[in-house]
Design a protein. Sequence first.
Lengths: 365, 365
Amino acid sequence: MDLHREAGLKNDTLLRALACQPTEYTPAWLMRQAGRYLPEYNATRARAGSFLKLVRTPALATEVTLQPLERFPLDAAILFSDILTVPDAMGLGLAFSEGEGPRFERPLRDEAAIRKLAAPDPSAELGYVLDAVREARRALAGRVPLIGFSGSPFTLACYMVEGAGSDDWRTLKTMLHARPELLHRILEVNARAVTDYLNAQIEAGAQAVMIFDTWGGILSHEDYERFSLSYCRRIFEKLLRQREGSRVPSILFTKGGSPWLAAMMKSGCDAVGLDWSADAREARRVAAGKVALQGNLDPSALFAPQKSVREAARRVLDAFGSAPGHVFNLGHGIAPQTPVDAVSALIDEVRTYSRSHRSRMAAGT
Amino acid sequence: MDLHREAGLKNDTLLRALACQPTEYTPAWLMRQAGRYLPEYNATRARAGSFLKLVRTPALATEVTLQPLERFPLDAAILFSDILTVPDAMGLGLAFSEGEGPRFERPLRDEAAIRKLAAPDPSAELGYVLDAVREARRALAGRVPLIGFSGSPFTLACYMVEGAGSDDWRTLKTMLHARPELLHRILEVNARAVTDYLNAQIEAGAQAVMIFDTWGGILSHEDYERFSLSYCRRIFEKLLRQREGSRVPSILFTKGGSPWLAAMMKSGCDAVGLDWSADAREARRVAAGKVALQGNLDPSALFAPQKSVREAARRVLDAFGSAPGHVFNLGHGIAPQTPVDAVSALIDEVRTYSRSHRSRMAAGT
């Protein structure tokens, strides 16, 4: 892995762990680490005027991407962006109303619109994301790797068909059961779009990529394979694997994916993200050192006093064990109400405890 | 199983399936089968004036309990009631505001209230539920068995601490991480209360009982065992097992419980309910004919045309296979928007397809 260092990366712990290679401690980053629990994030967002403006302005996106690294010794930065940039570039019209979630002005409701759907050209239509990747890489100056990301084809389809978030995704599910061929058509386009989008991020400088399958967990066992995992597999087949002389690892995370971890591990990704319901010991056994694992602390553990936070971190580290191939993370995005001091305690404990554990192992005690 | 028939039960298919004994077809019932998708239910509810009035009036609860049996050849009735009757009887003050979910007027927020919490005496404080069980049994006159139920100790605690439903259960989770001993105290009381409540239902005539662990799925792997399953196990140890000369089987359902099915199967219940994320083939393999399984059609499959509904039903039946010990159900409660005709098609298909499949097996074809 000297390649990473030759490429100017001062801390390649994340990349080594994702390659199931030994590390001096367990690397850590947090899903949604650049987010509303940070006062400086809220200040930048206020300055931007809106969430979408923040996403679409590379200088501001870079600013918030780096903010958590100033506070905590994290082992990765993740590009600040939104999973819905891709359907927005497809012409669906993304909007965020204050206090509510995302909404599409033109959801996919009729067959004609679905037949016309096409994958966007990232350099032409998602240039602001690629600019943000380039600018964040420059600003990071090799401190830690930059993770690029996308929503999964299925998760994007959920919003594209439903038009917004949902408790039961009834419109989407009705299409799935009544007109599965229409949903498959959307998913095919999405798989091409996500492949192009992630490859463009890699070419712009993303050193690892992650697919967020936020809503795969709403599917039945058989439907998860048919409507979500099979399309992720197509993406992993076509992702660029090398860049700047280094391997670019890929991570697949399905919220609620615990029943399907073994299948996810065989999908062609380098690492599987676990939500907090997953049995880390069992997942490690199934992964057998061939696929790395990322996770999986319950984000709500951060609402407790620091002593409890540290205990919770140690329990997660103990469950994953000290064999190579674990990246510490939460099992879902960090909550906006999370106290910043709890995050400090968490990251400190992960670093300290995993390092001392490795030392004890090395000393044979 | 002649015992059931001697006891006057005309259709004991459910009880035989729950005992992993052969049946002529796969018995079926639906979670929330007496509910808002039925116009006659809405009429009775309107007549009652409120949901709580419906729950608290044995004659009306009996009426809606039997309504779905008039429409569909179901193999069980489930008592119409609400899981929050128990904390209401503990003095928390249950209220339903129109269009919103349940709310407690006096949620458990301070240590003194938690220390004072006590399990209610069902015959004194939940008499209306036991009266409804007795009245429903009389009205059923042995057509099909009557299932009694309760929320799990953990699921009840979720509402008792949070005071209402929640997206993130932050108050509850903060207690879990910061003051676990307080949550354990609530769970101990709840386990006693649920045991007494289910045993009182059995004594009043419930021929099977089910524990709904609706929120167990929000827990981490380790916390599920510590805060939910261990308390269910205590209940199963103390449930009455025989009544009227028949075994009274118990069913445990955790929404989102797929990662923990093996542990659930060893908890002392007779059957495990599967949500739609569960892999039925794998669950059958793990159950090994020792524990029955119930489930697991995605309720949203009922939004599709009847041809798709029938196909979906066959896929579930094929996944469970024809060995004894499967009770057909949805993977979650039926949605209020479900078309009644879709339910007719579903129940017809389950009966017809599973019966013909068994005939083919018997004929060796």
